[in-house]
Design a protein around this ligand. Structure first.
Ligand SMILES: NC(=O)c1ccc[n+]([C@@H]2O[C@H](COP(=O)([O-])OP(=O)(O)OC[C@H]3O[C@@H](n4cnc5c(N)ncnc54)[C@H](O)[C@@H]3O)[C@@H](O)[C@H]2O)c1
Ligand SMILES: [Fe+2]
Length: 434
């Protein structure tokens, strides 16, 4: 492809990429319009999904007033678990089924938006729980048809769940994170209102910020779409298409915005930072929603799923959790040190976008430069020091490797083939950074 050398055609590789995204509304105060949007989508009887903490905050009362102001019948489901499990997906789906709602509104972070997507799915097309779940844990049966309309209103900025056809949960029985992936579960509209971020605790901001950064960096350094085997027919083209020219634009801008705003947004936040972070989160979401993440996210699933006793400040949860953004970024420096060799120029571009002076950088140091910058930012923003910082030791490396290696959707999207030994070495090198 003439747009970049990275997209050279390969034998048997795909020649087409597609672009999909939710409709988005963005701006301070946008949440006040949710009632109009719900009516436009034909909703009359809706449920607001939220978690017990966000339920007490302003965004829920703003959404409630706006929906009632437009004459809608509104119920509230405020029992979403933070870092949701199959148990909480099932509970949300049961509430949704009983309520016979014709529309869904989620107000909260990724945990809330994901639970709302799953509840919409299982109440609209009831099935055995594992039917729609990604293989190999589930059967990955395609979602049978369109879901009820869903307006996703994030109160965090990291996951971009409002843009993606993905929902993630912790499968308790296997102590493993997995999910459901289908364009059909994408929200009908995302309302991004930076005013909703004002109350976010500092470490949640940091975790969200690094989630955004890693989404963008992973998608930008992913295997090019031209190296992924062409699908047997166009309906089989995966959402994780690999890096592509459209994703690149969104990702590079997101990395730049994170470089300019992340540290300040945690240490001395200003309103302008919040707007930039939310915009960056959305851009990275469009990027990874079409290109796909790779190793740091694939490795994050067992890091979150096999949690021991880590309980971070800022998350309201009655059990230990390694929050998503933290479970990702503790792996990222170790990964980029390895993947730097596969596409050095892309790692240099990412390093430049985050604000490093790359003049004269030798290509063989590209991954290290990027990794060192991430580590510096992790230290300033209070992120734990690698896997040891969230409670793991040398003895856990085998189990973590076993948990990550089957995450084919993500591992295969890395810019180079990854053996089990390499994966294990990356966990080893992620134990501590300073
Ligand atoms: N669907 C996707 O595409 C996708 C992508 C990445 C991550 N995820 C999932 O999203 C979840 C993480 O979501 P998250 O990082 O947005 O956080 P979250 O929803 O888990 O919330 C984190 C904490 O912040 C609180 N909180 C939320 N908004 C707040 C606000 N405005 N003020 C004060 N406190 C607030 C919550 O109550 C919670 O205690 C994980 O389960 C992860 O696996 C999904
Ligand atoms: Fe993520």
């Amino acid at each position: 492809m003439s747009l970049s050398d990275y997209f050279q055609p390969t034998e048997g590789g795909d020649i087409v990429f597609s672009v999909e995204s939710s409709k988005i509304k963005f701006g301070c105060g946008a949440l006040r319009e949710v009632g109009y949007d719900a009516r436009s989508l034909g909703m009359t009887r809706v449920v607001i999904f939220t978690d017990p903490n966000v339920a007490k905050l302003e965004p829920v009362s703003i959404a409630l007033d706006s929906l009632k102001g437009q004459g809608l019948d509104v119920a509230i489901y405020d029992r979403v678990e933070v870092e949701p499990t199959d148990r909480s997906f099932k509970a949300g789906a049961a509430f949704a089924k009983d309520g016979k709602f014709d529309g869904f509104i989620s107000v909260g972070g990724g945990s809330v938006m994901d639970t709302c997507k799953a509840s919409n799915l299982y109440s609209t097309y009831p099935a055995e729980f594992l039917d729609y779940v990604n293989a190999p844990i589930g059967k990955a049966i395609p979602v049978p048809g369109p879901l009820k309309p869903h307006i996703a209103c994030p109160t965090t900025f990291g996951t971009a769940s409002e843009c993606t056809g993905i929902t993630i949960f912790d499968f308790l029985e296997m102590k493993a994170k997995t999910g459901i992936v289908s364009p059909r579960i994408r929200a009908s509209l995302g309302i991004l209102d930076p005013d909703c971020l004002k109350t976010l605790p500092p470490l949640v901001r940091a975790a969200n910020g690094f989630d955004v950064f890693s989404h963008a960096c992973e998608s930008f350094t992913a295997r090019p779409f031209t190296k992924r085997p062409a699908p047997a027919d166009p309906t089989k083209r995966p959402q994780n298409q690999g890096a592509n020219p459209y994703g690149d634009i969104a990702c590079l801008e997101a990395i730049k915005l994170m470089g300019l705003n992340l540290v300040q947004a945690v240490t001395a936040p200003k309103e302008a930072n919040l707007e930039a972070l939310m915009f960056a989160g959305m851009l990275a979401g469009i990027g990874f929603g079409n290109s796909g993440c790779h190793l740091p996210h694939g490795m994050s699933y067992p890091v979150a799923g096999q949690v021991k006793d880590y309980q971070p400040d800022g998350w309201i949860s009655d059990h230990p959790i390694v929050p998503h953004g933290i479970s990702v970024i503790v792996n990222s420096p170790s990964v980029f040190r390895l993947t730097g060799a596969a596409c050095p120029h892309r790692h240099i571009q990412a390093a430049e976008a985050i604000g490093i002076d790359v003049t004269g950088i030798d290509e063989k140091d590209a991954g290290n430069f990027l990794a060192n910058k991430i580590i510096e930012m992790m230290k300033i923003t209070g992120i734990p020091n690698g896997l040891k910082g969230v409670g793991y030791t040398e003895d856990d490396i085998e189990n973590l490797t076993d948990g990550a290696f089957p995450q084919k959707r993500l591992i295969d999207n890395a810019p180079m083939p990854i053996s089990r030994e390499q994966l294990k070495a990356m966990f080893q090198n992620a134990l501590s950074y300073w």
